[in-house]
Write a protein that binds this ligand. Structure first.
Ligand SMILES: [Zn+2]
Length: 332
């Protein structure tokens, strides 16, 4: 466990280098067109639904480590990354940008693809940051830790790159020939609007003997990512958990468990997942003050600072059993 002061010191350096190390390139195969700014969470329908006066609350790598709090961010900037050119950002995601979510295989596929793309770009950026720290901060005592992070990040980039290849294998085909069943999605729907949006990769295992879900990226050899998306639409909140069909064996028990629990348990479980693992997360400023206690916010912020400097996930059991969806319920 890294001491908190070290985490803050490190995240200061990381945020200093973040700007110049940001990965900027269209990741679609054989594309040489200039990158542009892409949203990883849909702006006009999802972010606007959560926003208050055009702002949402999230983690800001330049400020949060000092304030220990969420910061307001305009929805034009929120969740953006530079992993696609204009053409691919516009053409690939039509089915989820222009249409309401209807649970089609293609929509589930695109949600997961965009989550994977953003995470890949983020890890590529992190790798550049770590290498720059190694080059320029010779006095830093954390060199061995940084080497460890570089190894882990290289491993994750490899994994994500393999996953992207599977997505691209279908997306480079003509749309009528694509096989979206290579991805499996467990979709849950809450019958109310919760003012929260998430697009993140998570690591979960279900231990059937202990009846306990755990995450453990410290054993990276076993890391099989799950693509996690949460968003409100019309009068519901959707929770999508996806994996490649070839990985279904790994998650069979987890999905069986998720299908067996009642709504309240489900909401608490997904809240714990969000609190322990998700970084690309946005909540409503209007609900935030009123509903999320200081303790929850500090839990989220700590987790985000932690995940900014280390890809090791925290254990679910280290988060309080709260129901973040009910707390952020839109009762306006
Ligand atoms: Zn492109």
């Amino acid at each position: 466990m890294i001491p908190r002061e070290k985490m803050i010191e490190w995240s200061k350096i990381v945020s200093k280098y973040l700007k110049e190390c940001t990965f900027k390139k269209c990741i679609f195969p054989n594309c040489n067109v200039k990158y542009s700014k892409a949203h990883s969470i849909q702006k006009s329908k999802i972010l606007e639904r959560i926003a208050h006066n055009g702002k949402v609350m999230s983690y800001d790598p330049r400020k949060t480590y000092i304030t220990g709090d969420f910061e307001e961010v305009g929805i034009n900037k929120a969740s953006t990354f530079f992993g696609f050119c204009n053409h691919h950002d516009n053409s690939l995601f039509l089915e989820i940008e222009d249409k309401d979510y209807n649970g089609t295989l293609e929509q589930n596929f695109l949600f997961a693809y965009r989550t994977c793309a953003r995470q890949y770009v983020e890890r590529k950026t992190a790798l550049k940051v770590y290498k720059k720290i190694l080059r320029e901060q010779k006095d830093i005592q954390m060199n061995s830790l940084i080497h460890e992070e570089i190894n882990l990040t290289n491993y994750l980039i490899d994994k994500l790159s393999n996953q992207l290849q599977k997505f691209h294998g279908e997306l480079t085909k003509r749309s009528s020939n694509r096989d979206y069943t290579i991805l499996f999605t467990n979709m849950k729907k809450l019958s109310y609007i919760s003012l929260i949006a998430v697009s993140s990769i998570i690591d979960l295992r279900f231990n059937i003997k202990e009846e306990k879900i755990h995450s453990d990226v410290t054993c990276p050899k076993e890391f099989t990512p799950l693509f996690f998306n949460v968003f409100p639409q019309n009068n519901s909140t959707f929770l999508l958990l996806s994996c490649f069909s070839t990985d279904l064996d790994v998650f069979k028990d987890l999905f069986t468990y998720i299908d067996s629990i009642n709504t309240n348990k489900l909401e608490t479980l997904y809240s714990q997942i969000i609190l322990s693992q998700c970084q690309n997360l946005f909540v409503s400023p209007s609900r935030m003050e009123a509903s999320l206690s200081k303790k929850i916010v500090s839990n989220l912020v700590n987790n985000m600072i932690y995940s900014m400097i280390s890809k090791r996930s925290k254990h679910l059991s280290s988060t309080p059993p709260i129901n973040i969806f009910q707390s952020l319920k839109d009762d306006s």
